[in-house]
Design a protein around this ligand. Structure first.
Ligand code: NAD
Ligand code: MG
Length: 298
């Protein structure tokens, strides 16, 4: 096991600078084919029982950030239902294996959540498989870079919203029938919510919408004892980036312009989700926790 997240270490050198070669994968990309490989905590994340006995549904849990969160949750003692696209079965199998290795239950739920019925069905299957639900992580996302608005198709615009925004509404709404006081909802937004990249107009709009949903819903849900928060990642090395999430020529420089000078590795986000999921954060609601290598945020 390599150094865990509690080891005293320099954040600028905890991970090496990466200069990912220009590469392409069809959407959705696979972690297995990513060059270089990512750290999702498989060798390093050390759990200390912070989520003992909790039951979590995580969308986009097969790869990247969602996979790092799934590994961390399981090592903290939670059972996990994983949502992902059927094409991502090879990545999902590996995360299921890592969850089961902790002695926790993994419920694999392949399917496309960009329609209401699938999203609602997902919640029911997670509840059936886990015996209830205490944590919802809405993390699945679509990001396709496009340099000119004239080239941004109506279909892409629609599908970006149908993947990033609508399921947050559908899944949260369905989950509320099951979430007891003490439960936690966490949505993955982005630094693009307030620093929109010029190549990610549709994507950045969805991330602003997610932030806004979280801040409104936090006020609605707080009296019911349910907290909802967001995590806003900066540049993290994941399959999203090579399946047209970035212009190809931008890949070798990915993450280098942050104050920490490097891209983040997915496992560096996991403690933020663990904190927001656990009762440690009992007085935190409607917050957006930025994990972005030091970029200033509002
Ligand atoms: P990723 O490709 O590993 O994860 C995205 C996941 O979304 C996929 O694994 C897939 O399972 C899921 N997904 C996409 N469309 C779906 C659909 N129609 N139905 C079901 N599942 C679907 O990449 P990631 O970077 O880990 O992305 C996770 C989240 O983090 C996304 O919301 C993304 O916008 C956000 N984010 C990423 C970064 C970054 O730099 N990587 C920065 C800010 C925000
Ligand atoms: Mg994936």
């Amino acid at each position: 096991m390599s150094a865990d997240q509690y080891t005293f270490q320099d954040p600028t050198t905890r991970y090496p600078y990466i200069s990912p070669p220009e590469q392409d994968q069809p959407e959705p990309g696979l972690d297995q084919k990513l060059e270089p490989q990512t750290d999702r905590g498989q060798e390093s994340y050390r759990g200390t029982g912070r989520l003992a006995g909790r039951r979590a549904l995580i969308t986009g849990a097969d790869s990247g950030i969602g996979a790092a969160v799934a590994i961390a949750f399981a090592r903290e003692g939670a059972d996990v239902a994983l949502s992902y696209l059927p094409a991502e079965e090879p990545d999902a199998k590996e995360i299921v294996r890592l969850i089961e290795e902790c002695g926790r239950t993994a419920v694999a739920l392949p399917g496309d959540i960009s329609n209401a019925e699938a999203s609602r069905g997902l919640v029911q299957k997670a509840v059936d498989g886990l015996g209830g639900l205490d944590i919802l992580v809405s993390n699945a996302g679509k990001q396709i870079a496009c340099e000119r608005l004239e080239d941004l198709s109506d279909e892409q615009f629609d599908q970006t919203f149908k993947t990033n925004v609508y399921p947050l509404f559908w899944i949260t709404k369905a989950a509320l029938a099951h979430l007891q006081p003490g439960s936690s909802i966490i949505a993955t937004t982005s630094v693009n919510a307030y620093l929109p990249s010029k190549d990610l107009i549709d994507y950045a709009m969805t991330k602003a919408a997610i932030n806004n949903f979280v801040k409104g819903m936090a006020q609605q849900l707080a009296p019911r004892g349910i907290r909802i928060n967001a995590v806003a990642p900066g540049p993290f090395w994941t399959p999203l980036q090579v399946s047209d999430g970035q212009p190809k020529k931008a890949l070798p420089e990915f993450g280098k312009s942050t104050p920490l000078g490097r891209a983040g590795q997915p496992t560096e986000l996991a403690p933020a989700y663990v904190f927001l999921a656990s009762s440690e954060s009992s007085y935190v609601a409607g917050e957006t926790l930025n994990v972005n290598g030091g970029m200033p945020t509002p």
